[in-house]
Design a protein around this ligand. Sequence first.
Ligand SMILES: Nc1ncnc2c1ncn2[C@@H]1O[C@H](COP(=O)(O)OP(=O)(O)OP(=O)(O)O)[C@@H](O)[C@H]1O
Length: 256
Amino acid sequence: MRIVVENVAKTFIDSKREVTALQNINFAIEEQEFVVLVGPSGCGKSTLLNIVGGLMSPTDGLVYFEGTNQKQPNLAIVFQEIALFPWRNVFENVVYGLEEQGASKQEIQEKGQHYIDMVGLNGFEKAYPKQLSGGMKQRAGIARALSVEPDLLLMDEPFSALDAQTRTLMQEELLTIWNRTKLSTLYVTHNIQEAVYLADRVIVLSRHPGTIKEIIRIDMPKTGRDSEQNREQFEKYSNQIWDLIRHDAQEALLEG
Ligand SMILES: Nc1ncnc2c1ncn2[C@@H]1O[C@H](COP(=O)(O)OP(=O)(O)OP(=O)(O)O)[C@@H](O)[C@H]1O
């Protein structure tokens, strides 16, 4: 399935002012592609992700899905703050979407366990959210999203609330999982290194209004991007993206 975003614009109107959050947004996410949206604060990353996920409608333009008969394909979203149900244990949280889909008991058992194993939470099936660290909660949230085997995975700053070391480990794990599942993914981050580490293509947004500044293909193998031998190329991409964002990021900082 291919996801096409065509001429999307979004204007928010409240009592005081009108904010054009997005304008003239055109891109596609190919089957099995990992696309990352980067840009400074307020450039419209989350708004765009929410529009692609159908949680918000655009003021103009449209999002459509090619190569599928389904009117509404199966999407799963992972947010920065994983909202696990506190009264459900890890297993029960992970299989929530499967239950909603009306999966059989056997399917729930098999898929639930498969994705719990995939995110490294085996042994914690019966633990409750309050007993888990931030990284473990995030793993449970990812397993819950994966368990419905979505056509498109949407992730909005999923690791930004984690400490730096946990974040690095989670990025590595996400890449391992992605290499196994090859799920079409749209991923939002502020973090340029994270974008270069994970993406097939990086979409750089500028702000006021949020438009696409450039789309950069990260032409490196998906494994070992952070290795010594790839360091130079990794930094070249990071610098290229930072040069595109720098001015807008400075403005965002001054505006607070
Ligand atoms: N519900 C809303 N009502 C009014 N304005 C909004 C609303 N949601 C977002 N905006 C505005 O739209 C613009 C884009 O916001 P958005 O949250 O999508 O940016 P972002 O790039 O995800 O920011 P950040 O990186 O800080 O999360 C901002 O100027 C924001 O203030």
